[in-house]
Design a protein around this ligand. Structure first.
Ligand code: FE2
Length: 417
């Protein structure tokens, strides 16, 4: 990630004396990547130490601890209708884990309101990437204000103190959490941090927070901190947490539009490595790959079969969020917001006659849009909240005795998706 320095327009107070800040303050300077401090470093130049607690910490009035149904111990593929999950509350309180592992959690949040005034959240145990399926708003953090909109990823590093304000009546997020940092797949970049010529993502196409005027305010500022497997502790600060002169580093919230994943087509199948946008952990030993299935031309070889073959992943669980229902191999099965969970060691393939139908898609641009996450050596479990919105027929949807809806759109997943 590129190193960025964002500096406010005011001099620091004595509280910042432990870091030298230039008298002449450029609003923004972009330096070379992987600056001298390392890829994951950050320095927040506070004007007031964000340490003063004016009330003892207490257990939060909500938590994000996942629960599991007894059925989670039965190995089977799942299809969860996340579009049918209810909306309400704010971005954090509406978060519902649907699948959970020891290092990765995926949740759905469908808020209808901004977080209460002057309240904040900090994920103290996992890095986050939101995918915005619907709605818009602003993530406000000590790094500044970061607007978001439909079809973007919002990456928020672990430890960031932030709040989510909506600018739409409601929003719909897929929230990915990892104990490891989540960033672009490193093999797309040279050692200077610049995208290579064939990379589907380019580091200059991210959107970064805009630092507003410092907040020199006293009062009561609650921060709900997530820790210990989803527990929430409320910390009450006596000073606004966004009172800073600037920050610098290579770990900061950013937005990346899924449409800026520049898909690459070829004569035959393009396999998931070219769909990969983000990566987390020490791949391929831990963490995950996150792929963006954007519209691209299906293979045009006369013998190409755009639909995937039957397969399963030995060391991966495969999780997929369908932004629209135009996904060839699952057409007639999925709807907007469908989420499939294919555990390792259970094969899956196109349902019904989807493979035959896909022949007509050779050389056509697909209408699909989907986010896929493959874990590495991590087994996921469906949660109680995910199980409640499952498609009970899904495990039987490959049966030849099952009726299959006719395709309405177009689009074919890659052979390994
Ligand atoms: Fe797959």
């Amino acid at each position: 990630m590129v190193m960025i320095v964002k500096k406010g327009t005011v001099p620091p107070t004595p509280h910042t004396e432990f870091y030298a800040i230039p008298k002449v303050l450029a609003r923004e300077e972009i330096h070379g990547s992987y600056g001298f401090s390392g890829a994951w470093s950050r320095k927040v130049h506070v004007r007031f130490y964000p340490t003063e607690q004016v009330k003892p910490p207490r257990k939060g009035d909500f938590d994000l601890v996942p629960a599991f149904p007894p059925e989670a111990d039965v190995l089977q593929p799942y299809h969860i209708f996340t579009g049918r999950m209810p909306s309400g509350d704010d971005a954090i309180r509406s978060r519902r884990p649907i699948v959970h592992g020891t290092r990765t959690t995926l949740s759905i949040a469908k808020p209808t309101e901004s977080m209460p005034k002057d309240t904040f959240f900090r994920n103290g145990e996992r890095h986050e990437v939101y995918f915005v399926q619907d709605g818009g708003g602003v993530v406000r953090s000590e790094y500044g204000d970061l607007p978001f909109r439909k079809d973007v990823y919002v990456a928020i590093p672990k430890g960031t103190t932030y709040r989510v304000d909506l600018t739409s009546p409601k929003a719909w997020f897929l929230v990915v959490e990892s104990i490891y940092p989540i960033n672009f797949a490193p093999h797309y970049f040279n050692k200077e941090g610049q995208a290579t010529l064939m990379s589907p993502v380019v580091e200059t196409e991210i959107e970064t927070p805009e630092l507003p005027k410092f907040k020199d305010e006293r009062g009561e500022f609650p921060v709900d901190v997530k820790h210990g497997g989803g527990k929430i502790t409320r910390i009450m600060l006596g000073h606004h947490p966004f009172d800073l002169a600037g920050w610098e580093g290579a770990l900061y919230p950013f937005v990346f539009d899924i449409k800026r994943h520049h898909g690459i087509a070829r004569e035959i199948h393009t396999a998931p490595p070219m769909h990969q946008t983000f990566q987390s952990g020490n791949v391929p030993h831990s963490g995950f790959s996150l792929c963006s299935f954007v519209p691209v031309m299906a293979g045009w070889h006369p013998l190409e079969v755009p639909a995937p073959y039957a397969h399963f992943n030995v060391d991966s669980d495969e999780l997929m969020f369908f932004c629209n229902p135009f996904y060839g191999a699952r057409e007639g099965v999925v709807e907007e917001g469908s989420f499939t969970f294919h555990p390792g060691s259970t094969p899956h393939s196109p349902q019904g006659k989807a493979a035959e139908r896909s022949l007509a898609a050779r050389g056509k641009v697909q209408g699909r849009l989907a986010v896929m996450l493959d874990t590495y050596f991590e087994s996921m479990r469906i949660t109680t909240q995910g199980y409640a919105f499952r498609d009970p027929e899904y495990v039987l949807s490959w049966s030849e005795n099952e009726p299959h809806a006719e395709a309405k759109g177009e689009g074919w997943e890659s052979p390994s998706a």
